[in-house]
Write a protein that binds this ligand. Structure first.
Ligand SMILES: [Zn+2]
Length: 215
């Protein structure tokens, strides 16, 4: 299913930086990416954004006046990511092997919820030829309105005295407010509206991704 360009209601759909179309064209068809139903982002070798497809613009517009292509074109992709998780995403992207070296799939599931909607996405990373950058496609794996879900079951166990929840920026586990060093995986998605969340790292992720940084 191709993206419904009519839904963009006349908005600008050509967000490809000068020179980046040639980079993309060495491996991909720009016309196909323009019609892709999922958000596609093209990155220059320094991780700045060189391309956003119409599905990205549609998704951004559906989530309020936050991200707009005017703001994000030419900005570093990592600016959209929590500071504690930036080293991980930089390595995830930059260390993706090109298909000439390895077909090892580089996909990664992550949370991208809004106050009303619980979402999980899968990020696929594709290397452009000759060090030309990357193409990232973000596909929806789960999308559910919170009001269709259970209320905040047991969330009180994770609210600290300051009314904040601590969540691991890598694996999304949340820190238990009573038992020290316990980080739980919550199987029930919980509404985030009205809740303050701060990001850190659980013990396992700190040891693995940032051994010198500690927890
Ligand atoms: Zn973790």
């Amino acid at each position: 299913m191709a993206v419904d360009l009519d839904a963009l209601d006349g908005a600008e759909t050509n967000w490809c930086a000068a020179g980046f179309e040639a980079q993309l064209g060495r491996r991909f068809s720009l016309g196909e990416l323009q019609q892709h139903p999922q958000s596609v982002i093209g990155l220059w070798p320094d991780l700045t954004i060189g391309y956003l497809n119409p599905a990205w613009v549609l998704f951004a517009g559906a989530n309020g006046p936050g991200p707009s292509p005017q703001i994000w074109m030419g900005r570093n992709y990592l600016d959209a990511i929590a500071p504690t998780a930036r080293p991980f995403y930089r390595a995830l992207i930059e260390q993706t092997p090109s298909p000439e070296l390895s077909l090892h799939p580089r996909d990664f599931e992550y949370d991208c919820s809004s106050p009303d909607i619980f979402r999980r996405f899968v990020m696929h990373i594709y290397v452009l030829p000759a060090g030309g950058g990357w193409l990232i496609i973000n596909s929806t794996r789960v999308e559910t309105r919170y009001d269709a879900l259970s209320p905040r079951v047991g969330l009180e166990h994770y609210l600290f005295d300051d009314e904040w929840i601590r969540q691991c920026a890598y694996c999304r586990r949340v820190k238990h407010a009573v038992f020290e060093d316990r980080w739980d995986w919550l199987t029930t998605p919980w509404p985030i509206s009205g809740i303050s969340i701060t990001h850190g790292m659980c013990g396992v992720c700190a040891a693995y991704y940032s051994p010198r940084q500690g927890s």
